[in-house]
Ligand binder design. Structure first.
Ligand SMILES: [Zn+2]
Length: 530
């Protein structure tokens, strides 16, 4: 029999402390559903009573399978539980579980809380009891537990024990400052589980020494049976333990998968990469391409000799199968590309071509030529695919842009404010039809994009679900002049993503190339007729 290990997500509470992150109610509900679909046992939604969004979030039952958890303080020192509005809001919340936060470091109790050690423990007991009486499952977050334990082990443990004795389901050992190292976590958790059974002990690690994931796993090795973390490691300062790295480690590494069951099934694990990207999408930021397991580069190989080995047997260079976490293998086609990279990539794309076909040599030459002037095909899979298809003669000429014109104007508006207005006009020829579209945008590239995708005649239906999710610009010195490299990331209605590239001394021209590639790629992919 395997032991059950529980996952607790705090993206919506601790993750909301991330610099630049501000969740709306709609964001919180969407992310809660995303986590629920992944099979996370507990989702901490926020701090009811502390702000209108969280109060509204907990104002009605949300019908999730996960245990939806409200977070808040224990009763204030010197007050009764019946006479504490903060605690009352928490007890009123439509939540399955309540996570109280309390100080577990005697120094903080005296200096920050300005109360006695005894009153702090009484507050823990009273608050846990009040929530238990309301029928809630209770967790106690022991703030600064590890630092507190180093300073005064008896007191830190007494705080945790008080909650456990009152019926708290979990005591959460928090590395609030994030400075504790894995061997210290393992030793301290090992000591705690002698007093409080490990299946009531949780770990909450911060990433200030980049070891939040390692600390979480060390705690499990020492006996803790709940891990707290966030999607993509969101969180204050350097972030919280990253559940997106922890989940596949628990599911795919025999040391953990052989001993523990978690709530995430194999089918749910396959949705992990998508969930990680969807969060970034909501936050309107680019995904980390170097993220373990789910990043675009997590299973990318560059050198020719590795690529030929991977084509023969993927396990030679991969620690887990990319499909298991919803990612995919990627063979980078770059300046140093060997024939084997190109062949492996063509096979993945589904282009059938003989190993000794002379067109492969032509394609390799083209890639090298273009990379010399600033293209980077390893970062632009869709542009590579189009280049390959064109070299092998299989991309229809769907439409021609016969002319475009962009006008940027700065003037005073009716209120006398200085505004910059951009308008693009695009002339497109589709078969015998000539179309003119115009659009205003917040900048020249945006206006050009909007105008270009406004009316493509019979092809419009294929690109309706197309959105641009990222736009990156770099100035390079290629040859004798500075050129601009534009990378555009697009997404379709099925959540599939691809990247296209454009290079030119003129940023508009480079953007136009990348936009065109993105649209043509989508038409090819959708099987649009010529
Ligand atoms: Zn925290």
């Amino acid at each position: 029999m395997k032991e059950r290990l529980y996952l607790f997500d705090t993206t919506l509470r601790d993750g909301a402390q991330t610099n630049g992150v501000d969740f709306t109610l709609a964001d919180k509900l969407a992310i809660a559903r995303l986590l629920d679909d992944l099979g996370i046992d507990y989702v901490e939604g926020g701090y009811p009573g502390a702000n209108p969004t969280d109060t509204e979030l907990f104002g009605e039952a949300r019908g999730l399978k996960t245990k939806f958890t409200a977070f808040g303080m224990t009763r204030r020192p010197g007050r009764s539980t019946a006479n504490d509005p903060g605690l009352a809001a928490l007890l009123e919340a439509k939540a399955d579980a309540i996570c109280f936060v309390a100080k577990a470091w005697d120094f903080h109790v005296r200096v920050a809380l300005e109360t006695t050690e005894e009153e702090n423990i009484a507050s823990i007991r009273d608050s846990v009891r009040a929530a238990r009486q309301k029928g809630r499952e209770v967790l106690l977050d022991c703030e600064h537990f590890f630092d507190g334990y180093k300073a005064n082990p008896q007191y830190a443990l007494a705080c945790a024990k008080a909650a456990f004795d009152e019926g708290a389901r979990w005591v959460v050992l928090c590395d609030t400052n994030g400075g504790t190292l894995p061997h210290e976590v393992e030793a301290i958790v090992g000591a705690v589980v002698k007093t409080i059974p490990g299946d009531h002990v949780a770990i909450h690690a911060h990433n200030d020494t980049e070891q939040a994931v390692a600390n979480s796993l060390a705690a499990v090795r020492a006996g803790a049976r709940q891990i707290q973390g966030t999607l993509n490691g969101l969180g204050e300062r350097c972030g919280n333990a990253n559940l997106v790295s922890i989940i596949p480690t628990l599911k795919l590494k025999p040391e953990f998968s052989g001993r523990f069951d978690i709530g995430v099934s194999e089918a749910q694990l396959k949705k992990l990469a998508q969930a990680s990207h969807m969060l970034d999408e909501r936050l309107n930021r680019g995904s980390d391409r170097y993220a373990p397991y789910v990043g675009e580069n997590a299973f990318a190989t560059k050198a020719g000799i590795h690529a030929s080995a991977i084509a023969k047997e993927p396990a030679t260079y991969e620690h887990v199968a990319p499909e298991s976490v919803g990612n995919r293998r990627k063979v980078l086609v770059s300046e140093q590309a060997g024939r084997s990279n190109v062949l492996a990539e063509l096979e993945r794309i589904g282009i059938k071509v003989g190993k000794d076909d002379r067109r492969i040599t032509r394609l390799l030459e083209l890639v090298k030529e273009r990379e010399t002037i600033g293209y980077a095909y390893e970062a632009a899979d869709a542009s590579f695919e189009l280049l390959a298809r064109r070299t092998l003669g299989t991309v229809p000429n769907y439409f021609d842009v016969t002319q475009f014109d962009i006008n940027v104007e700065q003037r005073n508006n009716a209120k006398g404010e200085r505004v910059t207005v951009t308008m693009a006009v695009v002339k497109v020829k589709v078969g015998d039809d000539n179309m003119i579209s115009a659009a205003e945008g917040n900048g020249p590239v945006n206006a050009l994009d909007l105008a270009l995708r406004k009316d493509l005649g019979k092809y419009q239906k294929y690109i309706d679900g197309l959105t641009l999710t990222d736009y990156r610009v770099r100035i390079l010195n290629a040859g004798t002049e500075a050129v601009t490299r534009v990378l555009i990331e697009s997404e379709d209605e099925n959540g599939e993503r691809w990247t296209t590239i454009g290079v030119s001394p003129n940023i508009i021209d480079a953007s136009f190339q990348a936009l065109m590639d993105s649209i043509v790629y989508k038409l090819v992919k959708s099987g649009a007729p010529a």
